[in-house]
Unconditional design. Structure first.
Length: 81
């Protein structure tokens, strides 16, 4: 199945991930290492692309990011403040 995205942004959570990462005093590399402990393999460059909304995020990655960054999935998606 081909995914069709009408906008240039490939995800909605990028800015929120960056905000939470900075708030938790994590570098992109540190976030990558923590994700790896949960069997989610995203390198530093891909985290940069994710934060810039240039990379699609899977549901598994979304859940892992919310746990590591100590925020809800709803917050990452911009549903709640």
């Amino acid at each position: 199945m081909k995914i069709i995205i009408d906008s240039k942004n490939k995800n909605m959570i990028g800015p929120q991930v960056k905000k939470a990462r900075v708030k938790n005093s994590l570098t992109q590399e540190q976030l990558s290492v923590r994700l790896e402990t949960m069997a989610i393999y995203i390198d530093r460059a891909s985290i940069s692309k994710l934060e810039q909304q240039k990379r699609i995020v899977t549901d598994y990655e979304l859940i892992a990011l919310s746990k590591i960054l100590k925020v809800s999935v709803s917050w990452l998606l911009g549903i709640e403040e």
